[in-house]
Design a protein around this ligand. Structure first.
Ligand code: NDP
Length: 254
């Protein structure tokens, strides 16, 4: 319950889905959580409310990642909030969770430059610069957690844009791990498989049965399946793990 007491976490894309689950779990473990959203302010407020009703602490930040100046705006607002709340702009945990999953279904030869740029901008470039900014505020014991996807370990040509962008995200983990280790900061990738994020597709029993069969446990993932893994990586217990790809897909890749 108190593993993250007096820690500060920023979870991007925590207005909904997996991000909301992660934000709630980190708050439950004692962290002050910066909840971030892009377009769905109501959902962002709902995450904050959910955390506060459970006795945790959170505040809301907005930024449309991929837009110019988004990272600066997000960190400007974050630093202002943290100065007001804890007296210093310290960030202990960054979870790069927000993502653009266009799921365009475009085969490689149909990928437009716009599709390519959008995926890379939101899923790779934004987390890279968010991570650099976060490192300016991060003390020893800090944690960077990149949420990727099992899709980087399987061939699905119709999702090439998304998979390429997540592959780039995983390189941020790998390439920064050695660079930041001397500061006592870890960086890891957590890769979910199909996870019920509240999308209406998960209300269709036939589709859910089909997706369940991909997992070794014959079910789709729940948000808590991912949030529990992230909570461990965010805690001091994970101190000996860095630069890793953590398969949180319920055995989908076996
Ligand atoms: P959702 O679609 O449920 O939520 C996406 C979140 O990201 C929302 O909070 C949304 O904000 C935010 N977001 C989207 N685009 C932007 C943007 N341009 N700038 C800022 N914020 C943005 O996602 P999931 O919960 O399904 O996925 C979470 C993570 O898990 C993603 O990285 C995804 O790639 C990964 N993942 C998910 C899987 C799944 O089956 N669900 C499988 C494998 C990986 P807003 O509410 O304001 O729109």
């Amino acid at each position: 319950m108190d593993k993250l007491q007096s820690k500060v976490a920023l979870v991007t894309g925590s207005s909904r889905g997996i991000g909301r689950g992660i934000a709630c779990r980190l708050a439950q473990d004692g962290a002050l959580v910066a909840v971030h959203y892009s377009s769905n302010e109501q959902a962002g407020k709902q995450t904050v409310r959910q955390i506060e009703e459970a006795g945790g602490q959170a505040f809301l930040l907005h930024a449309e990642l991929g837009a110019p100046e988004a990272v600066s705006e997000l960190f400007g607002a974050l630093e202002t909030e943290l100065r007001a709340r804890i007296g210093t702009p310290r960030l202990d945990i960054l979870v790069n969770n927000a993502a653009y999953a266009g799921f365009t279904g475009a085969m490689p030869e149909d990928v437009t430059p716009e599709m390519f740029d959008r995926h890379i901008a939101v899923n790779a470039k934004a987390p890279f610069y968010l991570t650099l900014r976060a490192l300016d505020l991060m003390p020893s014991g800090g944690r960077i957690i990149n949420i990727s996807s099992g899709m980087t370990r399987t061939s699905l040509p119709s999702q090439i844009c998304y998979a390429m962008s997540k592959g780039a995200l995983e390189q941020i983990t790998l390439q920064l791990a050695l660079h930041i280790a001397p500061r006592g900061i870890t960086i890891n990738t957590v890769a979910p498989g199909v996870t019920n994020n509240g999308d209406p597709v998960f209300d269709d029993p036939a589709t859910v049965a089909e997706m369940s069969a991909w997992s070794a446990f014959n079910r789709v993932g729940e948000v808590s399946d991912i949030a529990d893994v992230v909570a461990f990586i965010a805690s001091a217990d994970s101190r000996w793990i860095t630069g890793s790809y953590i398969d949180a897909s319920g055995g989908t890749l076996l």
